[in-house]
Ligand binder design. Structure first.
Ligand SMILES: [Zn+2]
Length: 475
C-alpha cells in the first residue's frame, strides 16, 4: 500500500492524501481547496495530481472548505465513487459547497468582465452550483464509533475530534495479503474544552498516524478567558468608544461559538444592550444545521437548551441574508457588533465591513481564528500597520486591531499531544505531520519527540511513501 501527500503539506490548506492499496483501490482522505495564495491558488486547485475517475472512496474528516472544497470539482471531472462522512459533515457540506460554488462563479464573472474589456482570455469557474448540488448524491454517512466495511478488505470508523460539528478522526483498517494495516488520520483536532463540542475522543492504536500541526508551536490562552476577553472588547468598543465591533468569523463553527458565548453573556445580563448583526447567509444555514444535530454538541450546550431552546440567538440578534440589508449596515450609526464571514478576510461581506470601518478609531476589528500568513486577516494583524490595501484601495488603519486566540477550533501543541497520548508511541511505525506551516511543524516535531513519539516525517507536496512491515519508505 502507498500514500501520496497531495495538499496541506508544509501549509494549512488543500488537504488531500491518497492511499492506494495493493488491490488497486484508491481512497482519498479529504479533498480540500487551497486558499489564500492569490493567483497561484487557482492553478494549485486545478492541478490535483490524480485522476478523479479512478478514486473509489473519498472520506471527509469534516466540512471546512480546506478539507472538502474540491468535492464538486472532482465530481465535475468524473468522480463517481462514494463520499463517506458523518451526517453533520454531509449536512454542512450541502450549504458550504454551494456557497463555495457561488464564490467561484461570482469571482470568475468579475474577472471575465475585466478580461473582456482588456481583450484577455476569459476564465471558467472551478465548478458551478450545479456541480455542488449533484455531488451531494454520492454521500454515505456513518456516525461516531461505528465500524463499517466499505468493501471486503477496508473498514472505516470515525471518532470525534471536537474541531467542528461532525469533525472526525478517520480510523482505517486495510487488509492486504491477510495482514491488517491500521491508519489513523486525525483531520483537524479541537480543544480539550470547547464551548460547543465534546473533548477529542481516544481512537484505537494505529500503525501509521497522519496528524495536523496548525498550532504545533503555540499555547493558547485559557478558554475561560475567551468569554472575558470578548466581553472586555465589547465594552471597550461599543460602550466606552461608542464604536462598531467587526468580528470576521468562519461562518461555520466559529460564528456559532461566538453567538453561543454572547448568548450566555446575555442570559447572565452581562451584555450591554446593543444590536448584534450576523451578516452571512451561510452562517444562518449552518446555525440551522447545529440546531438539527444537537447530538454532536457537548453536554453543557444540551443542558443550556433545557431552558434556552435556541442558544445561538437572543433578542438583540439580527440575522441578515439580504445583500441590500448588509449594505445598509454602513448607515447604522449606533454601536453594534457585526459578525460576518470569511474568517481570514479573504472574501465575503466582512471584507466590505472592514474596508468601511477600519479608518475610524472608535471601531475594533477582532480576529477570532487562525489566518494563514498570506491572507488579509494575517496582514491586518501586523504590528504598527498604518495603511492597508483592500479592494485595491489604500485605507488608513485607525481602528483597534485585536485578536482572541482562545476561540481557536484547533488545539495547541499541549492539547494535541494530550489527545495523541491514547496511542502507544512505540507501536506507531510513522507519524506524518500535515496541515501546518513548516517552521511550526519543525517545532511540533520536537515537542512530539520530547513526549516519546518517533519516526516523524514532514512530507512535501507529491511525496509518496510505501507503507510496509517496518517504517514507511519514500519512493
Ligand atoms: Zn477545519
Amino acid at each position: 500500500m502507498q500514500i501520496e501527500f497531495l495538499g496541506a503539506t508544509r501549509e494549512v490548506t488543500g488537504s488531500k492524501f491518497l492511499i492506494t492499496t495493493k488491490g488497486g483501490k484508491r481512497i482519498l482522505l479529504d479533498c480540500g481547496m487551497y486558499q489564500g495564495k492569490g493567483l497561484e491558488t487557482d492553478e494549485l486547485n486545478r492541478n490535483l495530481g490524480f485522476d478523479p475517475k479512478e478514486i473509489d472512496f473519498l472520506i471527509l474528516s469534516h466540512a471546512h472548505i480546506d478539507h472538502s472544497g474540491l468535492v464538486p470539482y472532482i465530481y465535475k471531472l468524473g468522480f463517481r465513487g462514494s463520499i463517506i462522512s458523518t451526517s453533520a459533515t454531509r449536512s454542512l457540506c450541502q450549504y458550504m459547497l454551494i456557497d463555495s460554488a457561488f464564490i467561484q462563479e461570482s469571482d470568475t464573472s468579475r474577472y471575465n468582465k475585466k478580461a473582456i474589456q482588456q481583450r484577455l482570455q476569459t476564465a471558467s469557474p472551478l465548478y458551478t452550483e450545479e456541480d455542488a448540488r449533484k455531488c451531494m448524491g454520492l454521500f454515505i454517512t456513518s456516525e461516531f464509533n461505528h465500524k463499517f466495511y466499505i468493501n471486503d478488505n477496508i473498514a472505516v470508523c470515525f471518532y470525534t475530534t471536537g474541531h467542528m460539528l461532525g469533525a472526525a478522526c478517520t480510523y482505517l483498517e486495510i487488509k492486504e495479503n491477510g495482514k491488517i494495516t491500521r491508519i489513523a488520520y486525525t483531520g483537524d483536532i479541537g480543544r480539550q474544552h470547547s464551548y460547543l463540542l465534546p473533548t477529542p475522543e481516544n481512537f484505537p492504536q494505529c500503525d501509521y498516524l497522519i496528524t495536523e500541526s496548525t498550532y504545533g508551536s503555540r499555547i493558547h490562552e485559557p478558554e475561560e478567558d475567551a468569554q472575558n476577553l470578548l466581553l472586555q472588547t465589547v465594552y471597550n468598543t461599543c460602550v466606552e468608544k461608542r464604536g462598531k465591533l467587526i468580528i470576521p468569523s468562519f461562518a461555520v463553527g466559529r460564528c456559532q461559538e461566538i453567538l453561543y458565548v454572547l448568548n450566555q453573556l446575555y442570559n447572565e445580563h452581562k451584555l450591554p444592550s446593543i444590536k448584534v448583526f450576523v451578516d452571512s447567509p451561510l452562517a444562518i444555514n449552518a446555525t440551522g444545521v447545529f440546531l438539527a444535530h444537537t447530538e454532536y454538541l457537548n453536554d453543557n450546550v444540551r443542558r443550556t437548551m433545557l431552558y434556552d431552546d435556541d442558544p445561538f440567538s437572543f433578542n438583540n440578534v439580527t440575522y441578515i441574508r439580504d445583500v441590500e440589508k448588509s449594505k445598509a449596515l454602513n448607515k447604522y450609526r449606533k454601536p453594534c457588533i457585526i459578525i460576518s464571514a470569511s474568517g481570514m478576510l479573504e472574501a465575503g461581506r466582512v471584507k466590505h465591513h472592514v474596508a468601511n470601518n477600519i479608518m475610524k478609531p472608535q471601531n475594533t476589528i477582532l480576529i477570532v481564528g487562525y489566518c494563514s500568513p498570506t491572507t488579509l486577516g494575517a496582514r491586518i494583524q501586523e504590528k504598527g500597520l498604518r495603511h492597508i490595501s483592500i479592494f485595491g484601495n489604500q485605507i488608513a488603519v485607525r481602528a483597534d486591531i485585536k485578536s482572541i486566540e482562545a476561540f481557536s477550533g484547533h488545539g495547541d501543541y499541549r492539547e494535541m499531544i494530550k489527545y495523541l497520548r491514547c496511542q502507544d508511541p512505540d507501536k506507531i511505525k510513522n507519524i506524518f505531520l500535515v496541515h501546518g506551516e513548516y517552521q511550526t511543524q519543525l517545532q511540533y516535531k520536537q515537542h512530539l519527540q520530547e513526549s516519546g513519539f518517533r519516526n516523524i516525517i514532514i512530507p512535501e507536496v507529491k511525496d509518496k511513501y510505501v507503507l510496509q512491515e517496518q517504517e514507511a519508505v519514500r519512493i
